[in-house]
Design a protein around this ligand. Structure first.
Ligand SMILES: [Mn+2]
Length: 371
């Protein structure tokens, strides 16, 4: 597999990216066209490009087809997930919300707008169709009237995927899923697991209105014996929506919090370095949790607790790419609430976060081996 650490020379990235494209394989694309022609039949005689089938199968047109994430194959038989490197799974769960709900539609919205993306990134010099064997498992069967039964379903599902050897990429869902998702991953780590968490909110209180809501995942996650709070680092915290009970817990447990101002003051590179140091200290793996509301509310209207003053989209994306360099044991993107979204822009950023992290894992050779 091609391995391209990004170059740091200023002003040269554009030229280098163009050169790298020539080195990328095209076999996956060729296979996709052959399959499309076989299953989707030959086009009408007037269509000059004979790689176009009669029925849309595969990437084109971007507005057509049955959407999985990035139009990767849908794996109906979950038992076979271990034959693949990366598994996308949706967690349509929003009964942990304490203000706006709607994140149960998050996975659908992310899959829908993911059809807009090509598998290729110019700057990264990565083509996910060529370089990653990825499937979409569809969604976990959550129990819409019972948060604890939903947690059991989510933890078991994520554990099954992680135990298979595939890398779980989780489309949330509100942030209460952070606890069961981490639990499912941590079971398969032979040692401690750290958590890198981008958010405006600490989410570390024990309960909220008598239940384990989306304000509570890291209290419960850091009670898991191999997920100690000293390996929890939270980036972008701040504003007027951080519930005080969670701050008390963070202080007592000694978690690491960098506010937006902290991150901007030291710079993204240094902030990422600090986060990696904390999360990986004595740990064997790191879990990545991206709450879309860590980004300024102006860019992500479709979320449960919009908060002004967060990251710019390009800052959040760069931070995610920087912290993913050392590899991840799993990733969740949470709090995308499509009923409040405009023109899919929140879901669009959520998808971009995932493909940027996947591209980074390709660049730094951090994916599970191909089966
Ligand atoms: Mn949040």
């Amino acid at each position: 597999m091609a391995h391209y650490p990004p170059d740091s020379a200023p002003g040269q990235a554009g030229a280098r990216a163009a050169a790298r494209e020539a080195e990328l394989p095209l076999e996956g694309h060729v296979r996709e066209i052959a399959r499309a022609l076989e299953y989707g039949l030959e086009a009408a005689p007037s269509v000059e490009d004979r790689s176009i089938p009669l029925f849309s199968r595969g990437e084109l047109p971007h507005f057509a087809g049955i959407n999985t994430f990035l139009k990767v194959p849908y794996l109906e038989d979950v038992r076979r997930v271990g034959e693949h490197q990366v598994a996308i799974l949706g967690v349509p769960h929003d009964i942990g919300t304490t203000y706006r709900s709607g994140t149960r539609f998050g996975p659908q919205a992310m899959r829908r707008i993911s059809a807009l993306f090509t598998p290729y990134s110019y700057e990264m010099g990565v083509d996910l169709r060529e370089q990653v064997d990825m499937v979409d498992l569809g969604d976990v069967f959550t129990i819409p009237a019972n948060i604890e039964k939903s947690f059991d379903q989510i933890a078991r599902a994520v554990s099954f995927v992680k135990g298979s050897g595939a890398l779980p990429i989780i489309l949330g869902g509100d942030h209460s899923i952070g606890y069961p998702c981490l639990k499912g991953v941590a079971e398969h780590i032979d040692g401690n697991i750290g958590i890198i968490h981008l958010d405006r909110h600490v989410d570390t209180q024990e309960k909220d209105m008598d239940e384990r809501m989306h304000t509570t995942p890291w209290f419960h996650a850091t009670n898991i014996p191999n997920a100690p709070p000293r390996n929890l680092v939270q980036l972008g915290i701040g504003g007027w929506q951080v519930p005080r009970p969670g701050v008390k817990v963070a202080r007592e447990r000694g978690t690491t919090i960098l506010t937006i101002d902290d991150v901007l003051e030291v710079g993204l590179e240094k902030a990422a370095e600090m986060a990696l140091e904390v999360a990986w200290s004595g740990a064997k793996a790191v879990y990545l949790s991206f709450d879309i509301d860590s980004v300024d509310a102006g860019f992500v209207p479709g979320t449960g607790w919009p908060e002004p003053g967060g990251f710019l989209p390009r800052e959040a994306l760069k931070l995610l790419r920087l912290v993913a360099r050392e590899g991840i044991a799993g990733m969740e993107v949470v709090e995308v609430s499509p009923p409040y979204d405009h023109a899919d822009q929140t879901a669009l950023l959520a998808v971009r976060a995932i493909v940027d992290v996947l591209g980074t894992l390709v660049q730094y050779d951090r994916l599970p081996p191909r089966r």
